[in-house]
Design a protein around this ligand. Structure first.
Ligand SMILES: [Zn+2]
Ligand SMILES: [Zn+2]
Length: 372
């Protein structure tokens, strides 16, 4: 079987057995088996993850390649012959493709080891589940002795043949917040005796939208979204509590902490204006994915002719690859994989253009060689 056929076959096999984070047992067994058929002995890390290393012909730098293993709690709604065989589980983010590409790169290096240094492959569980499997991988020593790390993510909205690789911010800090307004409920006809949580919460939602428009510099991208508002039970009752759930996306740590403080300040101030109280909890999610400039530039300069690098603003989604980047120099690339009819990631109709897979193998392979 030629390598491209093998690559597509791996991807389709993995696509059929999606598992949730920390439950990737069948996936782990598939990868272990595929690696051992290629003469590679993988060992278990982070319970359901794998790590495998290919030494070069002489000592040198060690470069790691990371691929995520988990699927999503979603029933697949596609007509693909190789669709999910696990009810309520789906590879709807492209991680099946990431694993297949990493396997293909590993096979290529196994057949033809690098002149110097070594390549380490990290198959990581639970990217989709905060706090993320990357931390478990790191705790198990996956970065020990690693000089640089690279990874990529397929992007269904981006045309195949294009990629984004910045010498800086790629993806956002993605945090969550919850605000509970504690007012005083009562009869709808006597508002003067109450502290109306619906009114206070509504004022606060509008006020929170001024953080990005009036408090954060226009040059710093940021998003504050109130995604849920729960309050009240009937037309003739003034609600005593209101709950607001939201998310914050930022690219810098400074703006991130500024927004967290603004939310706290506005919530307590708006509530106090009406004699009520606000309880705020702010939960940091994955840190922003910020590429190391030197690694990104080295990798980018090795890609001539293999891909069209496009200038695309950072994506405000989150990724736990940032945990690796916060420890060692590395870079994350976004790879276009748009099928004829495309659906967003995490949709039950999600598919990828498989033509992107051999491109991704080439990009990872060149990246490792450039960094060794
Ligand atoms: Zn995802
Ligand atoms: Zn993903």
């Amino acid at each position: 079987m030629d390598w491209k056929t093998h690559l597509i076959e791996d991807r389709r096999n993995l696509h059929q057995i999606p598992e949730l984070g920390h439950e990737e047992h069948e996936t782990q067994a598939y990868l272990r088996d595929a690696l051992s058929q290629g003469g590679l002995d993988a060992h278990t890390v982070a319970k359901t993850g794998l790590m495998v290393e290919i030494p070069g012909r002489a000592p040198g730098a060690r470069v790691a390649v990371r691929a995520e293993m988990d699927g999503l709690p979603l029933g697949e709604d596609t007509e693909l012959a190789f669709r999910s065989r696990h009810p309520g589980r789906m590879h709807a983010c492209g991680h099946d493709g990431h694993m297949a590409m990493a396997l293909a790169v590993a096979r290529r290096f196994q057949a033809n080891p690098p002149q110097k240094g070594s390549v380490r492959f990290l198959f990581q569980p639970a990217e989709e589940q905060h706090p993320g499997g990357a931390l478990d991988m790191i705790a198990d020593g996956c970065l020990d002795g690693v000089d640089r790390i690279i990874g990529l993510h397929l992007q269904s909205p981006m045309p195949t043949g294009q990629a984004v690789l910045h010498a800086g911010a790629m993806m956002a800090n993605s945090d969550r917040f919850r605000i509970v307004i504690h007012g005083r409920g009562g009869h709808a006809s006597e508002p003067e005796a109450t502290q109306d949580a619906v009114l206070i919460g509504s004022q606060l939602v509008a006020q929170l939208q001024t953080i990005v428009s009036r408090r954060v510099p226009a040059t710093d991208p940021a998003v504050v979204t109130c995604g849920a508002f729960h309050a009240g039970s009937a037309a003739n009752i003034i609600a005593d509590t209101a709950e607001i759930l939201g998310t914050v996306r930022t690219l810098s740590a400074q703006v991130q902490s500024q927004i967290a403080e603004e939310i706290q300040h506005m919530a307590s101030t708006v509530a106090a204006l009406y004699g009520a109280q606000a309880e705020v909890s702010y939960t940091p999610g994955y840190p922003a994915v910020i590429n190391n400039a030197e690694v990104a530039n080295l990798w980018a300069s090795s890609l001539d002719g293999a891909i069209q690098l496009v200038d695309h603003p950072p994506i405000m989604g989150g990724e736990d690859f940032s945990h690796y980047l916060n420890r060692i120099p590395g870079a994350f690339l976004l790879l276009g994989a748009r099928p004829q009819q495309y659906f967003p990631h995490h949709s039950p109709h999600f598919t990828i253009d498989e033509d992107a897979l051999p491109i991704g193998v080439e990009l990872l392979y060149r990246g490792v060689l450039a960094l060794l």
